[in-house]
Ligand binder design. Structure first.
Ligand code: NAI
Ligand SMILES: O=C(O)C1=N[C@H](C(=O)O)C[C@H](O)C1
Length: 250
């Protein structure tokens, strides 16, 4: 790879993709060489060294597979990556050991820290619930960030020997108690005026700790995306979560 990193963007016409195109074009060490959206032939990816992928959950795995197949590193922000989909990427990367794929549920530094703080605090509290709040054009619920947060909290609780969260509810015909991810109640709000927000509520005897993060603008994700683009070649294999590029490993 030369000093300038050649970048292509998939999902370039979307809210995130268009913002990424601007951020890449403005970065002196990056060159935007190609943009793709639904229906475009990805072909040789415009000769990119790194592809940034922000599309839709149903399309993202095939787009990523196309990049890996051609030996191109990928930075993925699209949600919907369950264990089965992640395993398929790992299998494909076993045949391409020099290629890096970063899949990050959230690129905003504050959201990454919120998830880490929730993971650290979870073992001290009997109760835990996650409330994610987003713009009404979001197609998936719960958010990828909420799913990851719930998974981290659940793992920390299990390690600490905590049982199920206390909840006496026996009647909830309308599902107003929200969904449960790994046993953690998760509530999704869709509201005009919002961008991306999350609260983690941790409750104990006589106290509550609230962790809250707000993305007021999609520019909040750009430093993280660019850090991913600059770092992905040095992290071969599959990495889930930008924290592993930021010295925030366990
Ligand atoms: N990791 C993070 O920090 C963030 C992740 N996201 C996630 O990124 C994804 C995109 O979000 P938005 O930009 O708000 O959505 P959007 O709906 O504005 O953009 C998605 C774009 O993907 C395109 N697309 C659909 N199918 C495609 C295909 N097969 N190939 C290429 N492009 C295709 C659409 O035409 C559209 O332009 C969502 O999964 C969202 O949850 C959003 C914000 C931050
Ligand atoms: O769709 C969005 O907007 C966002 N999606 C990601 C998610 O589902 O967690 C990240 C952020 O919350 C914005």
């Amino acid at each position: 790879m030369s000093d300038t990193i050649k970048v292509a963007v998939i999902g370039a016409a979307g809210r995130m993709g268009s913002q990424v195109c601007r951020a890449v074009a403005e970065a002196p060490d990056l060159e935007l060489v190609a943009t793709f959206d639904q229906g475009d032939d990805l072909a040789d990816l415009g000769g990119a060294d790194v592809v940034v992928e922000f599309s839709v959950p149903d399309a993202s795995p095939a787009n990523v597979a196309h990049c890996v197949d051609r030996g191109v590193h990928v930075v993925v922000g699209t949600t919907g990556w369950d264990d089965r989909r992640l395993a398929a990427v790992r299998d494909q990367l076993a045949e391409r050991p020099t290629v890096g794929v970063l899949i990050a549920p959230n690129f905003a530094i504050g959201a990454i820290l919120m998830m880490r703080f929730a993971q650290q605090a979870a073992r001290f509290y009997e109760s835990a619930e996650v409330i994610e709040l987003h713009h009404p054009a979001k197609v998936d619920a719960p958010s990828g960030t909420a799913a990851r947060t719930a998974g981290l909290i659940a793992a920390a609780r299990a390690e600490a020997g905590l049982g199920a969260v206390p909840d006496a509810t026996t009647q909830d015909p309308e599902g107003t108690r929200g969904g449960r991810l790994d046993g953690i109640p998760v509530h999704s709000v869709r509201l005009r005026g919002l961008v991306a927000h999350q609260e983690v509520l941790l409750g104990g005897e006589g106290e509550m700790l609230t962790l809250r993060h707000d993305s007021f603008d999609r520019t909040s994700f750009m430093p993280g995306v660019l850090a991913g683009v600059r770092g992905v070649a040095a992290h071969p294999g599959l990495t889930v979560g930008l924290e592993h590029y930021l010295g925030l490993d366990d």
